[in-house]
Design a protein around this ligand. Structure first.
Ligand code: NAD
Ligand code: LMR
Length: 417
């Protein structure tokens, strides 16, 4: 398994690949090499290195080598620019679209609890199971500083005109779990037509009222909807890197299942899941987590399949009454918190499905560094073993087709904002 080293300043662990990829082109190779040598290897025994594990909670390594490698004035100007781009912690506005739905309610609750959230908009339609104003009134009694407001739009009306612009205005992050969930026997792909139109309406409203916001798309099929919305954003002259596909639940599940098999606490397990968010495109990289890498090779294919099919496991257990909502609320909030932490200048690494050039596909899930501008850097896949190398080809072949569905949608449509 790849050697990971702990940065003495932030206590986070990185592989050489992540470390060097981040600094490549920014500092002299020698300076980065020197700083790497200063970092202690991750402990292999019980005493896990501080910060190693969840990916969340990891900040950008503060390279001492930077100081040595750069003239003082340049370093000062850079620090100033970074501070300027930084938003003050605790002052963010977040909107949850579909906020009165199955995922929307727990997700709104987790976000209302985040100390970085000052204002939370809960937006849903007038046909939602609970009026969004009710969800907002309920969450508004939590003894937290966030102010929660509910917004409603009439079904069938385009959000860009029907929605009170106060809902989205000034938002830093918009989380979108609005859309139809699967029923037993359906694939995520079956939801494309209806959910792409829902997502388009909401992305359109974001493009008009909060074009600087990060838009985190939970709505399925993520594999096609994210490319569709990002390409539509691009077509409109907006920044497609603002569109982020939420795949955090795959990482949460992979870590949980590894914990179950090994008897270890999943809180200290961090299995990256790359590729996409459907079937074989969901590709856990067990070899990159120490606990997961200790599992017998002959059990890996079965474990891999369990992660791929975990969504269907919940769909079947709910027996026609929806898909994962509570675990998704938890996972979506984990990503949401990391994005806000990044905007506040406390960088975080999470897997997410974004516009990417680390493979030959234009969209791909991998570790992403979230920072002051949202997606700060898409990190490389890292080392794979033989099984994973084969799986990557399978995942990419399936993902390619699903990306094409999204691209075609973007070609045939445009945002009216
Ligand atoms: P749900 O039906 O319980 O809730 C969806 C909510 O969206 C409803 O309240 C509905 O009124 C609202 N909505 C629909 N159209 C809207 C619009 N135009 N504007 C605002 N609100 C609108 O469904 P759910 O269980 O919360 O699932 C939502 C979506 O998330 C589904 O597409 C599901 O497949 C997906 N999902 C994704 C992941 C993932 O890992 N990315 C995990 C679980 C579910
Ligand atoms: C999940 O993985 O739980 C979601 O994508 C919902 C689904 O349809 O499986």
């Amino acid at each position: 398994m790849a050697d990971r080293r702990v940065d003495p300043d932030d206590g986070a662990a990185y592989t050489w690949e992540e470390f060097s990829a981040y600094y490549k082109g920014k500092y002299k190779k020698k300076a980065v090499d020197e700083y790497w040598e200063e970092c202690k290897p991750v402990k292999t025994k019980k005493g896990k290195a501080k910060g190693e594990g969840k990916g969340k909670g990891k900040a950008e390594p503060k390279a001492k080598a930077k100081v040595k490698a750069e003239p003082k004035a340049k370093a000062k100007a850079k620090a100033k620019a970074k501070a300027k781009a930084r938003k003050p912690p605790g002052a963010f506005k977040v909107c949850v679209c579909g906020g009165a739905g199955g995922i929307g309610q727990p997700l709104s609750m987790f976000m209302a609890l985040d100390p970085n959230v000052k204002e939370l908009s809960v937006f849903d339609l007038n046909i939602a199971m609970v009026p969004p104003a009710g969800v907002a009134a309920d969450l508004g009694h939590l003894d937290k500083k966030s102010e929660v407001k509910g917004y409603v739009a009439e079904v069938g009306q385009p959000a860009v005109t029907a929605l009170d612009e106060e809902c989205l205005k000034g938002c830093n992050l918009v989380l979108i779990p609005a859309g139809m969930p699967r029923k037993p026997g359906q694939t995520r792909d079956d939801l494309f037509k209806i959910n792409a139109d829902i997502a388009k309406g909401l992305v359109e409203a974001c493009g008009k009222h909060c074009p600087e916001a990060i838009i985190a798309l939970i709505v399925n099929p993520v594999n096609s909807i994210v490319p569709a919305m990002a390409e539509l954003y691009k077509k409109k002259g907006l920044d497609p890197t603002k569109i982020v596909g939420v795949t955090t639940l795959d990482c949460v599940r992979a870590s949980k299942f590894v914990g179950q098999i090994t008897g270890k606490n999943p809180n200290f397990i961090n299995v990256p899941v790359i590729g996409g968010h459907a079937g074989v495109t969901i590709m856990p990289v067990f070899s990159q987590d120490k606990t997961a890498a200790s599992i017998d090779k002959d059990k890996i294919a079965e474990l891999d399949k369990r992660v791929q099919d975990a969504g269907t496991e919940v769909v079947n257990a709910k027996n026609g009454k929806g898909s994962a909502t509570l675990s998704m609320g938890y996972a979506g909030a984990r990503l949401g918190r990391s994005i806000l932490a990044g905007l506040a200048g406390r960088r975080r690494v999470e897997c997410a499905y974004v516009k990417s050039d680390i493979t030959d596909l234009p969209y791909f899930t991998s570790k992403v560094l979230f920072g002051e501008n949202g997606v700060q850097k898409v990190l490389p896949i890292g080392e794979l073993n033989e099984y994973e190398t084969t799986r990557l080809e399978e995942a990419k072949a399936a993902l390619k087709l699903e990306i094409e569905t999204g691209m075609k949608y973007a070609e045939a449509n445009e945002l009216n904002c």
